[in-house]
Design a protein around this ligand. Structure first.
Ligand SMILES: Cc1cc2nc3c(=O)[nH]c(=O)nc-3n(C[C@H](O)[C@H](O)[C@H](O)COP(=O)(O)OP(=O)(O)OC[C@H]3O[C@@H](n4cnc5c(N)ncnc54)[C@H](O)[C@@H]3O)c2cc1C
Length: 498
């Protein structure tokens, strides 16, 4: 660090949850923060904007699950009230309504995972199929989010895991695979078993209310990111949109000294990457300093998944029983969700017709279609759940294609995921695909890893106080006991084998 300078400078690349999280904390600590964002708006995968007609759209609807304690802490600290109440959700297949999920926090509390099994209302799935999940409980106890557990389970696909533990074909197809398609954005044979166990435990099984979810009362961009970016700028941070980072400059002693953005060079005492997998692959490919390092070079082995976000304005109000709905069985390897925005978004409450968001995950086959080709497919899918959609007319729509957008936790990918600390002493990673022991997923994980990267930069520069990161609620006592016994058993077995 230059002795003349008042405050250390940090350049953060990418303005999603991770980059904004790092920028806000460092700006509050008096750092000279520059946040470089390739897109026109901050927000990353959660960015929202207005159409030419002044209608709000965004890159897919984002749920905020009960355990998102750090994000909820942030919105409280910013004095925002962006969220709807927690909502129940439905699950549909081409056969009709399949599952109703209640608000678990309102049900009598049962030791995990009993509440999830007993209170979820399956309309068709026989009890014998549901009971075939019981042996899987062992793997949930065995997978404790440690490096060792990730390595052990990451070699397997989710499909193989469920088969090995005797989960019935019907339970897999009608319960687990739909969860994978909306939780990890890929079908079971393409998901790491380690990521599957981590995701299922965090969102569904660790504590009874964990599956409860709420939404923003408008776009996340308007409700959270706009006031948050203002707070970052008030704290002295600079957010530069339309700035795509193309390279880095290496100094002596395993350090980067600057980040390059076309013709502009931004000097830095520390650098935080907060870009997704696809973004980082491009930066590495164009940066000799990064691609010479195996850890960065190996990122090219990772992948990302295509997503399609559509918003439809109908000429009439359709009765949609619940605001959030997940669907399976309509496409072989594509999951989709639909949301009643008249119920969720203040802006659309009084619209004369239904405003429905329909998001497709692992949507590879749709992205090359024209809007005119996609619209009837979307309408037919909606009508497959609620027939009244078949007769309605679409009067306006938005169609956002997100190629290679969301992190793909493929079998065998763990070894290539980057940890927060890189082999450069002043370069830190963040984002929803980074290795962290926090245990959270998706938006909460992105935000948490942003704070972790800010804390690593603070430790490196020696200025300011670390951000407080709220840990996930500890395992329930019976799970802790089961994990301890299991670890003991594994240690004993290891000793005998050697
Ligand atoms: C349709 C959809 C639905 C989802 N649903 C949910 C949900 O319900 N709940 C949930 O918690 N999560 C959900 N997610 C996942 C969630 O969006 C992500 O986990 C989270 O937004 C990741 O944040 P991030 O900061 O890690 O990365 P990103 O949001 O990807 O941000 C990275 C940023 O880096 C920028 N960038 C890339 N390359 C460069 C470069 N060279 N120079 C400068 N900037 C660059 C990008 O433009 C982007 O703004 C969903 C995602 C999608 C797409």
């Amino acid at each position: 660090m230059d002795g003349q300078k008042q405050s250390p400078s940090v350049v953060i690349v990418g303005a999603g949850w991770a980059g904004l999280g790092a920028a806000y904390h460092l700006a509050q600590q008096g750092y000279d923060v520059t946040l470089l964002e390739a897109g026109s708006y901050p927000g990353g995968l959660v960015a929202g904007w207005q159409t030419e007609q002044g209608r709000s759209v965004e890159a897919g609807i984002h749920g905020f699950w009960y355990p998102y304690r750090n994000i909820f802490g942030l919105t409280d600290a910013l004095g925002l009230q962006p969220f709807t109440p927690y909502t129940c959700s439905n699950q549909y297949s081409p056969h009709g309504l399949e599952v109703e999920s209640p608000l678990f926090q309102l049900q009598p509390y049962l030791p995990s995972p009993l509440g999830t099994f007993l209170y979820t209302e399956f309309k068709r799935l026989p009890l014998s199929d549901r009971l075939s999940a019981l042996p899987l409980l062992y793997s949930l106890v065995d997978f404790d989010n440690s490096d060792e557990a990730w390595r052990r389970y990451d070699r397997l696909s989710a499909r193989e895991l469920f088969r090995q533990f005797g989960v019935s074909e019907r339970l897999y197809k009608e319960a687990f695979e739909p969860m994978l398609l909306v939780g990890l954005f890929a079908p079971g044979e393409q998901c790491s078993a380690a990521a599957t166990l981590g995701m299922l435990y965090y969102f569904i099984l660790a504590h009874q209310p964990d599956f409860d979810v709420r939404w923003c009362r408008g776009t996340v961009g308007a409700q959270i990111f706009r006031p948050w970016t203002q707070a970052i700028e008030q704290a002295g941070g600079r957010i530069l949109a339309n700035h795509r980072v193309t390279g880095v400059i290496e100094g002596e002693g395993d350090r980067l000294t600057a980040v390059v953005c076309g013709d502009e060079v931004f000097e830095a005492d520390a650098v935080i990457f907060a870009v997704g997998i696809t973004g980082l692959k491009k930066i590495v490919a164009s940066s000799p300093a990064l691609r010479q390092r195996p850890e960065f070079r190996d990122v090219q082995n990772l992948g990302a998944v295509d997503v399609l976000a559509t918003r439809l304005w109908f000429d009439r109000k359709i009765d949609v029983p619940l605001p959030s709905n997940a669907c399976f069985g309509f496409h072989q390897t594509t999951g989709w969700t639909f949301f009643d925005l008249n119920a969720l978004h203040d802006e659309y409450r009084d619209e004369p017709g239904s405003v429905i968001e329909v998001d497709y995950y692992h949507a590879n086959q749709f992205l090359s279609l024209s809007d005119a080709e996609i619209l009837p497919l979307v309408q037919a899918d909606l009508a497959g759940c609620l027939p009244a959609f078949g007769a309605a007319h679409i009067v306006d729509y938005s169609m956002i294609r997100l190629p290679q957008a969301v992190s793909h936790f493929a079998p065998g990918s763990y070894r290539y995921l980057l940890p927060g600390q890189t082999s450069f002493s002043n370069v830190f990673m963040s984002g929803d695909w980074i290795v962290t022991r926090h245990g959270s997923w998706s938006q909460e994980k992105a935000y948490v890893t942003g704070l972790e990267a800010a804390n690593a930069a603070i430790a490196q520069c020696g200025v300011g106080a670390a951000a407080t990161i709220i840990p996930i609620v500890p395992d329930e006592p019976h799970i802790q006991a089961a994990r301890q016994i299991n670890r003991l058993g594994r240690a004993l077995l290891g000793a005998i084998v050697h």
